[in-house]
Design a protein around this ligand. Structure first.
Ligand code: G3P
Length: 219
């Protein structure tokens, strides 16, 4: 499973990039607003592309099919790594079908049930993004949707990749990996939590103390 960051915060992306384990980034208007950099969305996405050499998702906002198609064409020209995000409603599905035929890569966003993923895959989307945390928020098991989509895509050999999104804590990452999601996109705080364990910190301290003691005995 690939690890992507779900943020438009350039400092977070730079901080995570140094480990060489983050291979893509997802953004949306809310994340752009949260980053509050004052920069234009296109400039933010281009800066992300200069840091991470992998797919970078940028969201379309048009409400009608022609508008979505035009926006997707425009956004896809920003950079070769840019993937356009289109939400899965009726207009979104038609737009996904039209732009995918032109070779534009689509990350289908706001997926909450397997039928939406099945439709997006048949329409030619490169990725589907089930929103796990938002389903958990309303008392449904979000990860169950990831599992179902993976099972369906595997059974019918659909090439669309399952991108587990709206992950809120490190256990979601483990669960996404066990569900065989192709990608997990996560906030920087969740990424940081992946490395942490109190026994690791305590173990490092103990080894240091013991090394100091051993060095004194030797001297
Ligand atoms: O990738 C989708 C993500 O940004 C949504 O996360 O936490 O707003 O549900 P959240």
């Amino acid at each position: 499973m690939k690890l992507w960051l779900d943020t438009a915060n350039i400092d977070e992306i730079r901080a995570a990039a140094r480990f060489g384990v983050v291979s893509g980034v997802t953004t949306n208007p809310s994340l752009w607003a949260k980053a509050a950099s004052g920069a234009d969305y296109r400039d933010v996405v281009l800066e992300i592309c200069s840091i991470i050499d992998g797919p970078v998702s940028a969201e379309c906002l048009a409400q009608d099919v022609d508008g979505l198609v035009e926006e997707a064409r425009n956004i896809s020209k920003w950079h070769p790594n840019v993937v356009v995000k289109i939400p899965l409603d009726e207009n979104g599905l038609e737009a996904i079908h039209r732009v995918s035929r032109e070779g534009i890569k689509v990350n289908t966003t706001l997926i909450f049930q397997p039928n939406q993923a099945l439709l997006a895959a048949q329409a030619g989307a490169t990725y589907v993004s089930p929103f796990v945390g938002r389903l958990d928020d309303i008392g449904q098991e979000g990860m169950a949707v990831v599992r179902e989509i993976v099972e369906i895509f595997d059974r019918y050999h659909l090439p669309t990749q399952v991108l587990a999104a709206s992950l809120r804590h490190p256990l979601h990452v483990v669960q996404a990996a066990k569900a065989s999601a192709h990608i997990a996109t996560m906030p920087y705080t969740v990424f940081q939590a992946m490395f942490k364990h109190p026994l690791t910190d305590a173990g490092i301290q103990k080894f240091l103390e013991d090394a100091r003691k051993a060095a004194k005995v030797k001297a």
